[in-house]
Design a protein around this ligand. Structure first.
Ligand code: NIG
Ligand code: FE
Length: 421
């Protein structure tokens, strides 16, 4: 069988790492592995078969058939981007809330006034699966065109069994039919449903939603990878968060939850104790929380769009990096933060959170893959990993972060499992 793809003679190939590392901390992030004048081969199975100097690959593969050849002369190749945190399944338009926030309303002002998540819940409950799938497909397509090849997708706008399952089924259909790789997250504890107490909502999740989910997962009808809770004052407190996350863990789900966003909640310490793979947001994390995450190898998924839109304090990326935390990035795409672009996220992470460009790229590739439990197969260009990559029409890879917007011009090819998509 012929090989799928030859990308030849790239000016730079950013491997990210080349020793099978599952994540990078500060020192490794600062010196990404970049090779010059190189070519890359993806085999018929969609996995990377060879990477090396252009002249060596030319010689080795002379006369070998490829389904497609990309001449990357003067261009750069980097791994496909990984977006470790999105809420892409929902109905209803919240553009009016952006105006409220610009006029001074906080995120919780909008939430308590019945807007925010509650508004989206009402519309998502009423929406047909086909409507949700159509909008999800459009959103994932935008993300893919902006370079994302693996994306985490949450439920969480149902807050009851039927709609949470409807959302997860829509994500499952997308996972089975679209080229983009998906990591799916049950987020039934995204808010306390109107008319319920935290205790009632927690009981419903533990006694109704999770058992039904387990049944569908064991029947093979659904694949769910992670469990999420919004651990926050006025949402789920620390003890209900603990019981929900523990129940998810017992079902074999990875813990990956919203913590320490608007108030310090000791979410980081809880996550570290439970062996969470990742915690998102962390704008209000304490020094103790940072230390606990570094020790437990719990990744921090930082979301620069949220802090930017809500004018929150910036996540403490530098403090986390200095402490040895595994820092990842996500777009937090949702009706509050309408951003499908990881290049924009990396740009914000560099300017507002003071990350370097190599740190931002590692955070949006290998470390985001680690946060999703996928860094053995995704997140770097290494032999036997998935052939997911971007070909950039630029003389240096840093242009992807430096240029703010207009990435359709810059990203010449998006490749997933060796196929140009
Ligand atoms: O990650 N913080 C909670 N959840 C989302 C916002 C969801 C919404 O406002 O619809 C977030 O920013
Ligand atoms: Fe979120």
């Amino acid at each position: 069988m012929s090989n799928k793809l030859l990308v030849k003679n790239a000016k730079q190939v950013v491997l990210i790492c080349n020793n099978g590392e599952k994540f990078l901390t500060k020192d490794g992030m600062q010196k990404l592995c970049v090779i010059e004048n190189s070519s890359l081969v993806i085999g018929s199975d969609g996995l990377i078969k060879d990477i090396g100097p252009a002249s060596t690959i030319d010689f080795q593969y002379a006369g070998v058939l490829f389904d497609k050849v990309i001449d990357a002369t003067g261009m750069c190749v980097i791994p496909g981007l990984v977006d470790a945190h999105t809420h892409p399944v929902w109905a209803g338009d919240r553009v009016h809330e952006f105006a409220m926030k610009l006029a001074g309303a906080t995120y919780m002002d909008v939430h308590r006034a019945g807007g925010g998540i509650h508004f989206t819940v009402e519309h998502t409950r009423a929406a047909l699966p086909s409507t949700l799938l159509a909008s999800l497909t459009g959103r994932l397509g935008r993300m893919q065109r902006a370079g994302t090849t693996l994306v985490e997708c949450k439920s969480g706008y149902g807050l009851e069994l039927q709609t949470e399952l409807k959302m997860l089924e829509v994500i499952e259909t997308a996972r089975r039919t679209l080229p983009i790789n998906i990591s799916s997250t049950y987020c039934g504890a995204h808010a306390v449903p109107k008319g319920k107490t935290v205790a009632e909502a927690t009981t419903d999740i533990l006694k109704v939603q999770l058992p039904q989910l387990r049944e569908r997962m064991s029947a093979g009808a659904l694949r769910v990878d992670n469990i999420d809770v919004f651990c926050e004052q006025g949402v789920f407190d620390l003890s209900s968060t603990r019981s929900i996350l523990q129940a998810g863990l017992d079902m074999g789900l990875n813990i990956n939850f919203h913590g320490d966003e608007l108030h310090p909640m000791n979410s980081a310490q809880l996550g570290a104790e439970l062996g969470a793979l990742a915690i998102s947001h962390l704008e209000e994390v304490t020094d103790d929380g940072i230390a606990a995450m570094a020790t437990a190898k719990t990744a921090a998924i930082l979301l620069p769009t949220t802090a930017y839109i809500l004018r929150l304090p910036q996540p403490r990326a530098r403090d986390m990096l200095e402490a040895g935390v595994i820092v990842a990035l996500g777009s937090d795409f949702n009706p509050n933060a309408y951003c499908c672009s990881m290049p924009v996220v990396m740009h914000l992470a560099c300017v507002n959170m003071r990350m370097s460009m190599p740190e931002a790229l590692a955070a949006a590739t290998i470390n985001a893959a680690y946060a999703l439990g996928r860094s053995h197969t995704h997140g770097s260009l290494e032999v036997n990993k998935h052939g997911d990559l971007l070909v950039l029409n630029a003389p240096r890879w840093e242009h992807l972060i430096y240029q703010l917007g207009g990435h359709q011009e810059l990203i010449r090819y998006v490749v997933i499992r060796g196929n140009v998509v």
